[in-house]
Design a protein around this ligand. Structure first.
Ligand SMILES: [Zn+2]
Length: 933
């Protein structure tokens, strides 16, 4: 049965329309693990199905997510038909999301995939809600209006990030009441009618049964929201986290309607879609407040920004998994299939991997604010993604080599494939491991490019090893190899291209593989490393000076590690009001030159820092006991790479603290910019409202930059999401490396009025693993430049290069060399190995190829993949800059049609295609999806 929305009634214009939304907010895993919550979900949906059967007018929202359907049906497989019937009839509301992901800690591409997946599942069940419902996320990104519009959604209903504060007559900051309804604009011109649930998504959590009580309850609810509502349609959210549906709601609403006694008001159960339609119609012609940009206003505990750094190890794994899918696997297979019509795109496996990954993206999961078992399961999911994804990558690269035209190649030579799956040209030395079968007793090798030019290389190491040989038709075997790791400086590798190098064993000439490699040089005095762009000097006490050869500028004493107590919890950092930070440089350090070759130079600094064991809440001070914490920094300069890499590790043995790397920029500006999905956000360090925001940290999705009239500094991070532009004289950027606390939430300081402040929170809210007593690794890149630098426009490309490896694959020209395995009759003289060779006519790929070019300064590639429906290809690019930019996409062959698509891949209009090439004009901040066939 289709429910028709109650038409707004003119007679009731004087009264209110109380729009009751029955719902649950479903955190799939949080202070209890998934399986415990799932048992409750099964109860909840069983109960809803009972109500829907008994009460033909009842409607219920499953929190705009579709993953709950899968979770339920894994247990109640037989009830799929019932669910689908209610969804189709508009009585059980699902979608458009798969999960409620955190938008700051997951990539823009992941948010789009989440919507694609959620909408597709909802449609399979019969109906997808068209409301941009994001109730609980800890702030909203600036590009959400554009993302929602890209799915044909013109509205947004949310809970957090819109609480403003302004000084009153005494100068004290007071919260300002804003309208619940406003227009939220994206900088590209997108906009959504937005409704702020200022009294939260439980403002009508459960109505009392007794009629007079119910009316009294309603008047309380009304008083909390009516002053901020611009329409007589008041949104009453009947439900909250994990609560089951209120079965007696409809008779209670009837009894309230009777008590209204014709005063013009009415109360009714409705859906979010109908509610948005009623509000939009009522607001027609009215001028509403406008908001531009991200929504992350409010006090610390409102936007929970300490979740940017809780359990940093999860964030880093997430970036690695996103990079594997977005920047490696999808482009690699797209390139392979575009060059070879015979290869197949592993759409189903990639869909499976995306699904696994997005299951780690709910706000309570990726934010690191759940109980320990939840995060242990997440680590396992990340591991599974890496296991499957790395092998898919190996197979894809192997297939390129397998499908090569080898007719001109020397049969005893080897092939080294380099593949650049990013949009931009890559420079810089690369290293690769060559496994040469020991039985060949190779002594010398030569490295040549496809034109036969000899390429010089360095030997990093050479060691005997056993490697496994696997094949689908032979038992696994193993062979001994001389495993030689080399490094060389290839010609710049163009975007979305591959190039093969030939490794030729030789008797004379070439280089001996067993030559003495350039090894570590231990040193404890000052150490200097350099490449073509930068020089780094490390003084005996660990002081780091950086010289930029292009600008001639010395950054003296550039890096400091700083540790301080954290009295907070997984949601928020809380500074010790009586404490002060500990400088790690106060502890002794060891400095050693790790490597110094013409192509790569690296220095290691190791501190043994005795840090306080924990924070003692009862004594209100850091413990007097200390723990030894080994902190290692490796600074590396690689020839041809413009940045200084800082990779390191903390063996964390202390609790309740925060460790940051301060980068002293000496760039005199109040403004920093940081990346956010599809955007670069400008942030002013002076605008943090003290007293409202105790922690002045800000989000970044991997790029932070500061500039003044003469210089710029960009910082790339891999999974470090939290930084602060400090109000110190040297204008430091502080990047959080580690934040360790032991509870999901607590009120040990009584800040939230907890009368039991001296007691620990209940067991479920303890999260000892949140102390991160493990090896925590981190990686950053520092790129100094001058302010006029045209290269600055390509900073996003460089950040992608920083997190994405050049892909490599080594194989023999003789395709049987590493296939083999064990003979088919073991322990006998009857032996033999089976091979399944590709027909020669399918081996036609060239040694170098560039199947598609994407050109355009400042334009960033987000995705290149097969279309969701399977026919054709999709490329998504975005312009994170405030001015119009142009882009050009050119295919080498096989493309006949191009079209501009919405994010959900619905066609907007055909695009002119000239000889496989489309030219595009991109509006500021625009995300553009183009389909090709
Ligand atoms: Zn939630």
């Amino acid at each position: 049965m289709q429910i028709v929305a109650p038409a707004p009634s003119k007679q009731t214009k004087q009264g209110f329309h109380y729009c009751v939304i029955s719902h649950t907010h479903w955190d799939r895993e949080w202070y209890q693990p998934f399986e415990l919550f799932r048992l409750r979900l099964v109860d909840l949906i069983d109960h809803v199905l009972e109500i829907l059967a008994a009460s033909p007018d009842y409607r219920f929202h499953l929190d705009a997510q579709t993953i709950v359907l899968e979770d339920y049906l894994q247990i109640r497989t037989e009830r799929r038909g019932e669910l689908a019937a209610y969804i189709k009839a508009g009585r059980l509301l699902v979608g458009p999301w798969y999960v409620h992901n955190d938008f700051f800690l997951t990539s823009g591409e992941a948010t789009i995939r989440n919507l694609l997946m959620g909408s597709a599942i909802a449609r399979e069940f019969g109906h997808c809600s068209r409301v941009g419902y994001v109730p609980d996320q800890f702030g909203l990104i600036s590009q959400l209006p554009q993302i929602l519009n890209g799915f044909g959604i013109n509205n947004c209903i949310f809970g957090r990030g819109y609480q403003r504060y302004a000084p009153d007559e005494t100068g004290a900051l007071k919260s300002v009441d804003t309208d619940n309804e406003f227009i939220w604009n994206g900088e590209d011109g997108s906009s959504v009618l937005t409704i702020h649930m200022s009294a939260w998504y439980n403002n009508a959590q459960r109505f009392p049964v007794q009629p007079s009580q119910a009316l009294k309850y309603l008047s309380l609810v009304e008083n909390r929201i009516k002053a901020r509502s611009r329409t007589p349609y008041l949104l009453l959210m009947n439900g909250v986290d994990h609560l089951e549906a209120q079965e007696d709601l409809l008779p209670i609403l009837d009894s309230i309607n009777q008590q209204f006694n014709g005063n013009g008001s009415r109360i009714f159960q409705t859906t979010l879609d109908e509610y948005v339609a009623m509000v939009s119609a009522d607001l027609e012609g009215q001028t509403l407040d406008q908001h531009l940009g991200e929504l992350r206003q409010g006090a610390d505990f409102s936007i929970l920004q300490g979740t940017l750094s809780s359990r940093g190890y999860l964030k880093r794994e997430n970036v690695k998994a996103q990079t594997l899918l977005e920047n490696c696997l999808e482009p690699l297979y797209a390139m392979l299939c575009l060059m070879s019509g015979e290869a197949s795109y592993p759409a189903d496996i990639l869909h499976y991997l995306w699904k696994q990954l997005i299951q780690n993206h709910p706000h309570d999961s990726i934010c690191g604010c759940s109980c320990d078992p939840v995060h242990a399961h997440m680590e396992d999911r990340f591991r599974a993604i890496q296991e499957c994804g790395s092998d898919l990558l190996r197979r894809g690269l192997g297939e390129i080599v397998q499908r090569l035209d080898r007719s001109q190649l020397n049969p005893d030579a080897y092939l080294l494939l380099l593949c650049n799956t990013l949009k931009s040209t890559r420079t810089g030395a690369v290293s690769a491991t060559l496994n040469l079968p020991a039985e060949d007793a190779t002594e010398r090798i030569e490295l040549m490019d496809a034109c036969g030019r000899v390429i010089p290389f360095e030997i990093i190491k050479c060691e005997p090893r056993l490697i496994s040989l696997t094949s689908p038709i032979n038992l696994p075997g193993q062979i001994q190899v001389d495993s030689v790791t080399i490094r060389f400086l290839p010609e710049p590798l163009e975007g979305l291209s591959w190039r093969h190098y030939i490794v030729q064993p030789c008797r004379k000439g070439g280089s001996p593989i067993r030559q003495k490699p350039v090894r570590r040089i231990r040193q404890s005095e000052a150490v200097m490393i350099e490449n073509d762009a930068l020089r780094v000097e490390v003084q005996a006490q660990g002081r780091v000076d950086l010289f930029d050869k292009r600008t001639g500028f010395w950054s003296r004493d550039l890096l400091q590690l700083e540790d301080e107590a954290d009295l907070g919890h997984s949601y928020n950092f809380m500074r010790d009001p009586a404490g002060k930070p500990t400088a790690i440089s106060d502890f002794p350090c060891k400095i050693s030159l790790q490597e110094a070759t013409p192509l790569s130079q690296s220095v290691r600094i190791v501190y043994r820092a005795k840090l306080n064991d924990c924070y003692e809440a009862r004594q209100r001070r850091r413990s007097r006991r200390t723990q030894p914490n080994r902190i290692e920094l490796n600074l590396t300069l690689t020839q041809g790479m413009p940045w200084l890499e800082i990779a390191g590790e903390v063996e964390n043995r202390s609790r309740d603290h925060r460790l940051r790397l301060l980068i002293q920029t000496d760039i005199k500006t109040e403004i920093s910019q940081s990346s956010s999905p599809f955007d670069l956000i400008t942030r002013n360090r002076s605008e943090i409202q003290e007293g409202i925001r105790h922690d002045a940290s800000q989000p970044t999705s991997g790029l932070i930059c500061v500039r003044d009239q003469t210089r710029s500094l960009a910082i790339f991070t891999e999974g470090l999401y939290e930084y602060e532009h400090l109000l110190n004289e040297r204008h430091a950027l502080g990047v959080t490396l580690l934040r360790a606390t032991g509870t999901i939430h607590h009120d040990a300081l009584g800040l939230n009025g907890n009368i039991n402040a001296q007691l620990e929170p209940p067991a479920e809210w303890l999260a000892p693993d949140n102390q991160c007593l493990r090896r925590m690794s981190f990686r950053l890149g520092l790129l100094p430049g001058n302010a006029e630098d045209a290269e600055f426009l390509n900073i996003f490309d460089l950040q992608q290069q920083f997190v994405t490896p050049v892909l490599k694959h080594f194989d023999a020209v003789d395709g049987h060399k590493f296939l083999g395995g064990r003979p088919f009759v073991q322990d006998s003289d009857v032996d033999g190995i089976f091979f399944r060779d590709l027909p020669a006519e399918h081996c036609n790929l060239p040694l170098t190829a560039r199947p598609v070019r994407i050109l355009g300064d400042g334009v960033v590639l987000s995705a290149i993949k097969q279309a969701e429906q399977g026919e054709g290809w999709v490329i998504r690019i975005h312009n994170p800059w405030p001015e119009t930019r142009t882009a050009e996409i050119q295919f080498t062959g096989m493309i006949h049609q191009a079209a501009l698509l919405r994010l959900d891949e619905q066609e907007i209009r055909a695009l002119p295609l000239h000889e496989g090439c489309v030219n595009l004009q991109m509006q500021p901040r625009q995300v553009m999806t183009i389909g090709f066939r």
